[in-house]
Write a protein that binds this ligand. Structure first.
Ligand code: SF4
Length: 234
């Protein structure tokens, strides 16, 4: 199937802006039957999207990037979500590379290369099989995400990106999670607003940026999964 035209994506984004996540996800599933999947990192937004997909029985596949270095609490949440919603959250192949037992750890030597091998490449391989991927990104998370649209072209990976929660605030997400009794990572209540791999995530203090605990002490703030968007064919 060829890439959707810029005009089609713009029209879809305009029509779906502000609509409920279930409606946005249903539209994506209808437009890309059998070729749309949520990349679930088990953050609050992704847990909410798993809830929406599971409860509505939407035909959206689920996968995660298992680097082999997630927190035990994250692995437990993975199992809990699968059991609660009777869904399968697949691990993208190739991510859980074991680090050598001896010597400096890969994330200490070159965190970008470590993220590339354990996250970006497995993501790229999985996205190559899809027409659209769903993410939980919100515009107010980082300056890089401020321009995210509900439906947009992902020029880096060459497919459509669907962001049903683009316009939501963190408070809205947490209200919906509480109202729905959705399972979330218990580490959020222990000072971890943003949770990635255990070696690269630390708790944040009151008033700190929610992502300050990711790769603390380095300039790195993103895994490299969500880069600025470009138009189809660019
Ligand atoms: Fe490696 Fe850290 Fe990136 Fe995980 S977050 S893939 S451990 S650099």
């Amino acid at each position: 199937m060829s890439a959707p035209a810029t005009e089609e994506l713009a029209a879809l984004a305009a029509a779906l802006e502000g609509r409920p996540p279930a409606e946005i996800l249903a539209a994506a599933a209808a437009r890309f039957p059998g070729r749309v999947a949520l990349a679930c990192s088990f953050g609050p937004e992704d847990c909410l999207l798993v809830d929406v997909i599971g409860r509505a029985g939407l035909l959206v596949d689920l996968f995660t990037l298992d680097t082999g270095y997630l927190f035990p609490e994250t692995y437990a949440l993975w199992r809990e979500l699968e059991a609660r919603y009777r869904v399968r959250i697949d691990a993208a192949p190739g991510g859980a590379l074991r680090a050598p037992e001896e010597g400096p750890r890969p994330w200490e030597v070159d965190a970008d290369a470590c993220c590339d091998a354990r996250k970006v490449q497995p993501l790229r391989a999985t996205l190559a099989t899809l027409g659209a991927w769903v993410t939980g990104i919100r515009r107010d998370q980082t300056p890089e995400r401020a321009g995210a649209r509900v439906v947009e072209w992902d020029g880096r990976f060459g497919l459509v990106k669907v962001n049903p929660l683009a316009g939501w605030t963190s408070e809205q997400v947490w209200t919906a999670l509480r109202q729905g009794g959705v399972p979330t990572n218990p580490l959020h209540q222990q000072g971890y607003p943003s949770i990635g791999c255990a070696p690269c995530t630390s708790p944040v203090a009151l008033g700190e940026d929610p992502r300050a605990g990711r790769w603390r002490g380095s300039e790195k703030k993103e895994c490299g999964l969500h880069w600025p968007q470009v138009k189809p064919g660019a």
